[in-house]
Write a protein that binds this ligand. Structure first.
Ligand code: AMO
Length: 455
């Protein structure tokens, strides 16, 4: 179905087209640039976007106009184009314009057609210099790009990353909804730590001290104890980690689930499903974006390997790791080489996991915990939780923490808490690995790190 209805504003009098329920155009344009084609020869259209390139060779003036979907050449010729339109095309790069024109077949144009302009309107004349080339002809330093992220987003490589990130979130949601998880909104202002006390940002909360949440951990557990059974969320988390690495942010986004009446095997099964759904979503929606980034994305199979077995493989590969230690970056690279692009390592030593991780029934030295390592980086972490209050108190005491400080949390386990398990997938980390980015800041639209608080 293809409907038309009138949609006007004070500058333009255009028609808005709705196709398959999607509003394709609006008050400023009749078409997105990628909707144009040579078969529309002779048709009058209006496009809106930015001036990507300009070329003036006297009797002919070229503009390349870019919107988020593509680039079209606008060609004005003396004797054909009205003189005032030729004049209006004297524009600086990155000016924001509306071009009304006629589609013209032209074998010399890159796309086989171009626009012959009828009117060119500069919507907001530039009043400041553009800090770097968006065409990519002159590479710009990441810090400069981040300072002007709104300009950086006009580069198609940057747009590709965030288009892909949108599909990752959608893939996660698709997985969760398909498997009957309900979306919840945990608070970001909290009273206590969940992932260890040292890395919290403190804030003034009226007469009290409060903190920004390091993870939605407690709240997703409470939702399950409350009987919601399966919950999910994609939320910002805040960690005051002082180190400045290419894998860490001080504000990141976690995609989490928690499920009731479940153990670690149930949660690992769901983690595989979620990962598969995310890769499918990107493969379905981002062919051009992957091409732009030069990425050949495939959906890997995922082995599940016990920590103890992984240690043997690592030792055979020359690693000095011993039981009770976490994997180094080098170890993670070896594991990827040995087990393939994606591998889940389970049953980590209890001593190196968060206090809420359930010790294994047969061997309490190991826990019912797991990580997903993708292309050499931990992108997800989870565990079956301790749902027995006595065991929870013991786990806290073993780590030198005072159970009294966790009274509100432990109390919830005294009132009918079922066994439960869950995990968290780091949005920026998985984006990093899917897009082949070497710095996590590339995959965060407005990153927060040790030195960056703006824009
Ligand atoms: P964890 O602390 O391992 O687990 O975090 C889960 C995932 O979040 C990502 N991540 C980060 N990404 C960028 N910068 C950081 N500073 C950062 N820290 C973590 C990683 C990591 O795998 N509550 C548990 C999860 C659970 O058990 O459900 C937790 O937060 O991809």
């Amino acid at each position: 179905m293809h409907y038309r209805y009138a949609f006007t504003n004070r500058y333009f009098n255009l028609e808005c087209r709705v196709k398959y329920g999607v509003i394709l155009s609006n008050a400023y344009r009749t078409h997105y640039i990628n909707e144009l084609n040579g078969d529309m020869d002779g048709k009058e259209v209006t496009v809106a976007g930015w001036v990507h390139e300009t070329r003036n060779i006297g009797k002919i003036v070229f503009l390349l106009v870019r919107d988020h979907s593509g680039i079209v050449q606008v060609t004005a010729k003396e004797g054909v184009t009205a003189p005032e339109v030729m004049k209006a095309m004297d524009l600086q790069k990155e000016s924001v314009v509306v071009v009304k024109g006629m589609v013209k077949k032209n074998q010399q144009a890159k796309l086989g057609y171009e626009l012959s302009p009828i009117s060119v309107t500069n919507l907001n004349p530039l009043s400041a210099g553009i800090p770097f080339e968006v065409t990519g002809k002159v590479p710009a330093d990441i810090d400069v790009r981040l300072n002007y992220r709104y300009i950086d987003l006009r580069r198609k490589e940057t747009t590709a990353i965030f288009n892909i990130q949108s599909s990752i979130l959608r893939g996660f949601r698709n997985f969760a909804l398909k498997n009957k998880f309900e979306e919840i909104r945990p608070p970001s202002i909290v009273e206590a730590a969940t992932e260890g006390g040292a890395d919290l940002f403190s804030i003034d909360y009226f007469e009290k001290k409060a903190y920004l949440a390091q993870s939605p951990q407690i709240y997703k557990q409470l939702a399950v104890i409350g009987g919601m059974d399966r919950v999910f969320m994609a939320v910002p988390v805040f960690r005051a980690e002082k180190h400045n690495t290419v894998f860490h942010l001080n504000e990141s986004t976690q995609m989490d689930i928690e499920m009731g009446f479940a153990n670690h095997d149930d949660a690992i099964f769901m983690l595989k499903e979620a990962f598969g759904s995310i890769i499918d979503s990107v493969l379905e929606s981002n062919k051009e974006d992957l091409e732009t980034l030069g990425i050949n994305l495939t959906k890997p199979s995922i082995d599940v390997v016990a920590y103890k077995d992984a240690l043997k493989k690592l030792s055979a590969n020359g690693s000095r790791i011993e039981f009770g230690q976490d994997f180094s970056r080098e170890d993670e690279a070896i594991l990827t080489k040995e087990y393939g692009e994606a591998v889940i390592i389970k049953e980590y030593p209890t001593s190196i996991r968060a206090f809420y991780s359930m010790p294994n029934e047969k061997d309490p030295e190991i826990s019912n915990s797991y990580d997903l390592i993708y292309k050499g980086l931990e992108i997800s972490s989870g565990a079956q939780r301790i749902h027995l209050p006595k065991l929870l108190e013991e786990a806290l005491t073993k780590r030198g923490l005072n159970p009294k400080d966790f009274e509100f949390y432990i109390n919830a386990f005294r009132m009918g808490a079922p066994p439960h398990a869950g995990w968290s997938l780091g949005l920026e980390r998985i984006t990093m690995k899917i897009t082949g980015s070497s710095n996590i800041r590339e995959c965060t639209m407005f990153p927060r790190d040790r030195d960056r608080l703006t824009p």
